[in-house]
Design a protein around this ligand. Structure first.
Ligand code: PLP
Length: 236
């Protein structure tokens, strides 16, 4: 695990990248939020994020999120936990109990389960719909064509609040595939907002390697792991 001073340097460099990308596109720097992604790193990573002033961190597995959230050091932290990775229906209960937001909702089955579990504990679950906007065969997420039906289902759930869309750029295809993916997601968001007359303000897209492209196409939240915390340690 890196030292806190290195993390602070990385944050400053990242803020510089965000500011430059925003300036280039005529956007306010404050219109793009950074979600530090702490997966595979020890709880120190979430502590660093809280100490620096971030309000939330992202985890991609329910098991890991739960272990950190439930640990004594996790419980002492004033920070929110967002789930950004694939969610199986049998993990929904644990996710709903702990996550402030679930970014990876991609099926009506999941929506129903999330709604039911949220009802049980009197919570309104904040979610994003994950869309496979880059048509990546290796990725989770609803197809673009399925998105209207998915949104309609989400809006019908009493205990769910849909705040926007999330995507992950294709692993292959480089910068041009990422650009197409992000543009697709923004266009889909604009179309859905229009069609359903409902605000979908959050566009969660962009990671360490492609955040400038994501900001170009309207990202409001970039999810950044490697650039802030270094290479992931898969031994924990
Ligand atoms: C790991 C992960 C990230 C962060 O990726 P980096 O390239 O390390 O910045 C972002 N989003 C999701 C869904 C992830 O699983």
């Amino acid at each position: 695990m890196i030292d806190y001073s290195v993390f602070c340097d990385n944050c400053k460099r990242l803020e510089g990248r965000v500011a430059a990308a925003c300036q280039k596109r005529g956007r306010e720097t404050a219109s793009v939020r950074i979600l530090p992604v702490t997966k595979t790193h020890p709880i120190d990573a979430a502590e660093y994020a809280a100490r620096y002033g971030f309000g939330a961190v992202g985890e991609n597995r329910v098991q890991e999120l739960s272990e950190k959230f439930d640990s004594p050091r996790g419980r002492a932290l004033k920070i929110e936990w967002e789930l950004i990775g694939h969610l199986q229906t049998n993990k929904v209960k644990n996710a709903v109990a702990r996550a402030s937001r679930i970014q990876s909702v991609d099926s009506e089955r999941l929506l129903s389960k999330i709604d039911a579990e949220s009802e049980k504990i009197g919570k309104t679950m904040r979610i994003l719909l994950q869309v496979n906007a880059g048509n990546d065969p290796a990725k989770f997420g609803a197809d673009i064509e399925e998105a209207p039906a998915l949104l309609e289902a989400a809006l019908s759930k009493k205990n769910i609040s849909v705040e926007g869309l999330m995507t992950i750029a294709p692993l292959d295809g480089g910068d041009s595939a990422a650009a197409r993916c992000f543009e697709n997601l923004r266009n889909l968001r604009d179309k859905l907002q229009d069609e359903f007359k409902t605000p979908l303000g959050e566009l969660s897209m962009g990671m360490s390697g492609d955040l400038e492209r994501a900001i170009e196409f309207g990202s409001t939240m970039i999810r950044v792991g490697t650039f802030l915390f270094g290479e992931r340690d898969y031994s924990i």
